[in-house]
Design a protein around this ligand. Structure first.
Ligand SMILES: C[S@@+](CC[C@H](N)C(=O)[O-])C[C@H]1O[C@@H](n2cnc3c(N)ncnc32)[C@H](O)[C@@H]1O
Length: 212
């Protein structure tokens, strides 16, 4: 089992219980995303956690495949789908980085609060690009912990993070700016159609990008 899978397995129950930190920001990007999806769409969500967003969007699309590296997160998500009687979301355990090269393509690929946890973001974006149909969308939200809009306390957290991580209480986190995020997404071959920070500080970069 990867270190990320082990960490998120340990966190899964607590993550499922914890409230969404900024509900207005979450609802704004959820509704923007919903407005961009079509009833005929087949959607892939990466790093779906306990499945809340996939289950929210289920009624707006034909099918969602929602994946996460943590088997415990996926077990909770499957139970929620059963409880809510939602049958068009398929939850699977999969590492974003380990996705097969020539797997199925989707009308939209979603990655919310995931990319800052990935070691090699350009490589991950190349994998994601391969999973989006031509003309399809990549919709992401990523906390950007360097550059403008980042409060001083985040800079302090960056200093202590290696220690917290060493004792198993934090995941590996990448620090980069909003501008860097946009460059990575464009360099992967996407055209950015919409961008905003929700919330603004520290910025969680919401990007709607199209594969030409
Ligand atoms: C901060 S949580 C976000 C969950 C959900 N997307 C949300 O916005 O609430 C990050 C999730 O990404 C998953 N994750 C971390 N690294 C991953 C990887 N390499 N491949 C797939 N999932 C990963 C974790 O297991 C966790 O469920």
């Amino acid at each position: 089992m990867s270190r990320a899978a082990a960490f998120w397995d340990r966190m899964a129950e607590r993550y499922a219980r914890s409230p969404i930190p900024d509900m207005p920001a979450y609802l704004h990007t959820l509704e923007r995303t919903r407005s961009l999806l079509k009833p005929t769409d087949r959607v892939l969500e990466l790093g779906c956690g306990t499945g809340s967003t996939a289950l929210e969007l289920a009624k707006d699309v034909q099918e969602i495949v929602a994946s996460d590296v943590s088997a415990k997160m996926i077990a909770i998500a499957r139970q929620k789908a059963t409880d809510q009687n939602i049958t068009n979301v398929r939850f699977v355990v999969a590492d974003l980085v380990g996705q097969p090269e020539c797997a199925e393509t989707y009308d939209a690929v979603l990655a919310f609060n995931l990319l800052h946890l990935v070691d090699d973001i350009p490589a991950a974006l190349a994998r994601i690009h391969a999973r989006v149909k031509p003309g399809g969308l990549f919709i992401s939200k990523t906390v950007c912990l360097s550059g403008e809009g980042v409060p001083f306390k985040v800079k302090l957290i960056k200093l202590v993070l290696p220690i917290v991580r060493a004792v198993g209480f934090a995941p590996a986190v990448r620090f980069f700016s909003v501008d860097q995020m946009d460059v990575w997404v464009r360099d992967a071959g996407f055209e950015i159609l919409e961008a905003g920070n929700y919330p603004a500080s520290p910025p969680r970069r919401y990007l709607v990008a199209r594969k030409p």
